[in-house]
Each structure stands twice: as structure tokens, then as C-alpha cells.
Design a binder for this molecule. Structure first.
Ligand code: NAG
Ligand code: NAG
Ligand code: NAG
Ligand code: NAG
Ligand code: NAG
Length: 481
């Protein structure tokens, strides 16, 4: 996602339920050890939770994993689906936590994404029920339904298991907001890299990339941007062809693509893939644009799986429903209406081109969705509280190198501890995903993090909080009504 996912994109990992704010990824996750369950189940969901007159329903996809469940009173972990299709329950660190706590794990696909679209055609008019507010209500309704169906299966009535919600990135924000808005429905929440603060002018994103890169790599990346900007007017076609990006006719889209390509290296815990070849090329006096094109082609497009087409507005305008291709349009709609997170160039010391500004983003919103579509970030922050969220029993975690952490809650407050996972390749969701964060590492193994101890220490703190809050919930009689 050009953004939150670096991109506004949304489909970072198709079939992994969570784009991690970076759509634009084609890759399908294949190995079955990457999933705890892929068996599809369906729930009849209410289309509009806020209308007393509209009683339409749609089918929402979900998954359950009961192998570790301590029958009958183990906890239920609700892993929230984010801005992409959800092909199953990812086998990240949640799998380890399920075993530790004897928990059942359930995952609900986010409305509109994947197979959970209420409409065949994704026109702007049909997207009007796509919002975080509706999504939270979906989770609440689903939570009630699932508890009841579990009770039915176990032949009992009026029993409540202790629930705990989890999410990464946008789904991390939903996880915190779910506890905020429905505190009676969950004992607590983990918001991993949870972007709870909507920001129109998200300059800190680029600034963090500079910080994560370090002075030497940052200077090289800035030089690449300058060289590209100089050559674009006279030599644009040839330049774009070198990056395999001749489809990007609009220069702003091309510059955005180049900026995202660098950002993902830090966001997803693979900084050396970018900085090592770039600083080497600089030392050897080689052509930096050529070195960057090689990185973009081999890493960003090749192994990371970015889809260049997703940077064109024609692509984002497509209203035909497609499991794997609609995610970018859907996430951009959420960006253009609720949360923005426009990853614009800061006024000084920017890595990305200064052409990537607020105007660029607002034009995109207007061109893709029509006149009047505008992100109401102040209203979003008023509704949820932003970093002043008045929640309780929420753990916030962030990765030290992740540019998204500036949209999260980085300072602890009573009932809401915030932990930072600090290491050279700790990025978006590294507490649950290990390192790097982009291709799924089974069980979120932290072995390849530059400091596994740093990750393990935060995990230990997380476990202590979950344990405490689940037992308090239990003691309060919730699970034995
Ligand atoms: C969901 O709705 C459909 C169509 O109305 C119905 O056939 C089906 O039985 C419902 N499923 C559940 C689980 O209620
Ligand atoms: C965006 O933020 C930057 C840095 O905080 C500031 O210099 C700039 O004026 C802001 N732009 C707008 C349009 O608010
Ligand atoms: C850029 O601007 C920020 C905020 O105004 C300032 O703190 C910083 O020193 C400036 N950096 C450079 C390199 O000029
Ligand atoms: C760690 O990196 C090595 C070398 O790249 C790789 O073979 C191994 O599978 C990785 N381990 C994990 C847990 O990701
Ligand atoms: C919990 C924690 O360590 N938070 C830190 C995250 O990063 C910001 C900015 O660097 C610090 O101010 C916080 O203390």
C-alpha cells in the first residue's frame, strides 16, 4: 500500500490476511506449514450495522484452529483479518501462543477483501459500507456468534470463554479499537505495529526510513532520487524501461513506486538487501541508478513480489471483483476516506521525491473514487482517540526500524504498555512475524533477527500481560456465568 503498507497498497501477502500496509504484492504463499488452518467456514454478516432499516446480509469467510484448544474453558484468540484476502490462519507466533495458552484460534476475513465482498462490483457507491467502524461491528457480531456455536457444540448454555484479540498493522489498530469499543467482549488486545493514529501529512514515514538506513545508505538513496529527477524530463521513457516500469506513465506514480521499493526493505526487515549493494556501488563509483534498478527488479519485484501495475490509477479504478487484485483499490478507499497515512516527502532531508506530496495523494483519491472522496482524519482520531486512545488492557508493540511506528502508540500509559522491539532488521509486526517480516517465517521464529533476544524479551512481556489479563477475566467470572 503506498503506505501502510508502503504503499497504500494493501496486498502485501495475499492469503496471509494482512497486507501489512503494503499491497501491491502478487505472491501467493504456498507451503501448508505456513497455515494453522485453511478450511473455509462462513458467517452471515450484517451489511450495515448502523441502519435500523437495512437488513441485508453478506457471507463473511472465517477459519478456526482447535488443535491446541483446552476443552472446554480455554481462551479464544481472535486474530483479526486486515487489508487483504485471507486464505487461512497464518502460522506465525500466534501458533506458539495458542499452544502455550491452550487457546482456540479464529480468524475473520475483513469485509470486502478476498471472498468476503458484499458486492460483485466495487463501485465507489458500493464501497460505502467499507470502513473500520463497520469492520469492528463485524468482529463483535462474529464473536457472539462463535461463542454461541461453540457452546452448542459443547452442549452447554450461557458460558463465556475468555477472549483475546490480536492484529498486525491496520488489523493491529482494529485490535486496539475493538478493545476500546467493545471492552465487554474481550479480556485484552495485542496491537502489533497497530496504526491507531490517522495522519494526513505522514512525513515521519520517510524520515524514519532515513534513520533506519543510517547516514551512508540514506545519502546514496537521496542521490538516486536526485539523479532520477534530473533524468526524467529528457529521458523518462528509457529510465522507466530500466526499472521495468514503462507502464507508469505518470511521473508521480513512478516516483512513488521507487520510494516504496526502498521503504519495504526497512519496513519488512531486509535492510541489507538494499543498503549493501547501494553503498558498494557508491564506493566503486558505479552508476547508482543502474544499481538501484537492479535492486528494484531483483528484490522488490522479483523476490518481494511487488506488482508494478498496482501503481497505475487505471488499475485502482477497476471495479471488477477479484480475490487477488481488488485489495489495492479497497485499501486505497480506506486510505482516501478514513486514515490517509499519505507518505509524503518531508520539507527537508527527504529520501523520496518532493513530487510525492499531499496534492499527489488527493488527486489520486479524486481520480480513482470521484469528486468529494477525502480522508476525514480528524474525525477518525476524534472517534478513536488516536495516540490518546482511552483503552485498557491493550499491549502495543512496534519495531525500531519500522516507519509505521510513528502512526502507532509508542509511549506506555496505565493499562496500555507499549514495547519496542529494537534490532537492525526489526520492522512491521516483528514480534509476531520474526525476521524478515515479508515472507512468512513459520512460528514467527526470531532466529534470523539481528537480536533474537530483543524479540524474545518483548514476547515474554506480551505473554505475561496476556496471562495476567486472561486470569483476571476468569476471576471476574466471565468464563463461568
Ligand atoms: C446464511 O444465509 C443463507 C441464505 O439466507 C442460508 O441459506 C444459510 O443457512 C445461512 N447460514 C447460516 C450459518 O445461518
Ligand atoms: C506537513 O508536515 C511538514 C513537517 O511536519 C510541514 O513542514 C509541512 O508544512 C506540512 N504540510 C502541510 C500541507 O500541512
Ligand atoms: C529538517 O527540519 C527539522 C524540523 O524542522 C530539523 O529539526 C532538522 O534539523 C532539519 N534537518 C536538516 C538536515 O536540515
Ligand atoms: C534464517 O536464514 C537462513 C539463511 O538465509 C535460512 O536458511 C533459514 O531458513 C532462516 N531461518 C528462519 C527461521 O527463517
Ligand atoms: C516503549 C518504547 O520504547 N517506546 C519508544 C519508542 O520510540 C519512541 C521514539 O523513538 C520513544 O520516544 C519511545 O519511548
Amino acid at each position: 500500500m503506498r503506505g501502510l503498507l508502503v504503499f497504500v497498497g494493501a496486498l502485501l501477502m495475499i492469503n496471509v490476511c494482512n497486507a501489512l500496509l503494503t499491497s501491491r504484492i502478487n505472491r501467493m504463499s504456498s507451503s501448508s506449514s505456513n497455515y494453522l488452518s485453511k478450511e473455509v467456514l462462513w458467517f452471515n454478516q450484517t451489511l450495515d450495522h448502523f441502519s435500523p432499516y437495512d437488513h441485508r446480509k453478506f457471507q463473511q469467510r472465517y477459519y478456526e484452529y482447535l488443535n491446541e484448544f483446552r476443552i472446554p474453558d480455554g481462551p479464544i484468540f481472535l486474530v483479526i483479518g486486515g487489508e487483504s484476502a485471507c486464505g487461512g490462519i497464518s502460522n506465525d507466533y500466534i501458533g506458539v501462543l495458542a499452544k502455550k495458552f491452550g487457546a482456540a484460534v479464529v480468524t475473520l476475513e475483513h469485509r470486502y477483501y478476498g471472498k468476503s465482498s458484499p458486492f460483485e462490483s466495487l463501485t465507489t457507491e458500493n464501497l460505502k459500507f467499507l470502513s473500520s467502524k463497520q469492520a469492528l461491528f463485524d468482529l463483535a457480531a462474529f464473536r457472539e456468534f462463535y461463542q454461541e456455536s461453540l457452546n452448542l457444540k459443547l452442549k452447554r448454555v450461557n458460558v463465556e470463554n475468555p477472549w483475546f484479540v490480536f492484529g498486525i498493522s491496520y488489523a493491529g489498530a482494529l485490535s486496539a479499537w475493538f478493545r476500546l469499543k467493545f471492552p465487554h467482549l474481550t479480556c485484552g488486545s495485542l496491537a502489533s505495529s497497530g496504526v491507531v493514529h490517522a495522519i494526513l501529512n505522514f512525513t515521519e514515514y520517510d524520515r524514519q526510513i532515513g534513520e533506519s538506513a543510517g547516514p551512508e545508505c540514506k545519502a546514496v538513496l537521496q542521490e538516486v532520487t536526485q539523479l532520477v529527477e534530473q533524468r526524467l524530463p529528457s529521458d523518462g521513457e528509457a529510465l522507466k524501461t530500466r526499472f521495468g516500469a514503462s507502464a507508469l506513465k505518470v511521473d508521480g506514480d513512478f516516483m512513488y513506486f521507487l520510494a516504496d521499493a526502498a521503504a519495504v526493505a526497512f519496513q519488512y526487515g531486509d535492510p541489507d538487501k538494499l543498503c549493501t549493494p547501494m553503498t558498494n556501488a557508491k564506493k566503486a563509483g558505479e552508476d547508482l541508478v543502474g544499481a538501484y534498478a537492479k535492486y528494484v527488479n531483483e528484490y522488490y519485484v522479483g523476490s518481494f513480489g511487488a506488482n508494478i501495475q498496482t501503481y497505475t490509477q487505471e488499475y485502482l479504478k477497476k471495479t471488477t471483483l477479484s480475490d487477488s487484485e481488488s485489495g489495492d483499490r479497497l485499501w486505497w478507499f480506506q486510505v482516501c476516506t478514513e486514515v490517509a497515512f499519505f507518505q509524503v516527502a518531508p520539507a527537508n532531508d527527504s529520501i523520496r521525491s518532493s513530487k510525492i506530496d499531499i496534492g499527489y495523494h488527493l488527486d489520486l483519491c479524486k481520480n480513482v473514487f470521484g469528486e468529494g472522496v477525502y480522508p476525514v482524519v480528524d474525525a477518525t482520531n476524534l472517534y478513536y482517540g488516536g495516540t490518546d486512545i482511552a483503552g485498557s488492557q491493550i499491549v502495543f508493540t512496534n519495531g525500531s526500524q519500522d516507519p509505521w511506528r510513528h502512526a502507532s502508540k509508542q509511549i506506555s500509559s496505565p493499562g496500555m504498555p507499549s514495547y519496542i522491539v529494537t534490532c537492525q532488521n526489526c520492522g512491521h509486526g516483528s514480534d509476531l512475524r520474526g525476521c524478515p517480516q515479508s515472507h512468512l517465517v513459520p512460528e514467527g521464529n526470531s532466529k534470523n533477527c539481528s537480536s533474537p533476544d530483543a524479540v524474545n524479551k518483548v514476547r515474554q512481556q506480551m505473554i505475561e500481560q496476556i496471562d495476567l489479563w486472561l486470569s483476571q477475566c476468569h476471576a471476574a467470572g466471565r468464563s463461568s456465568m
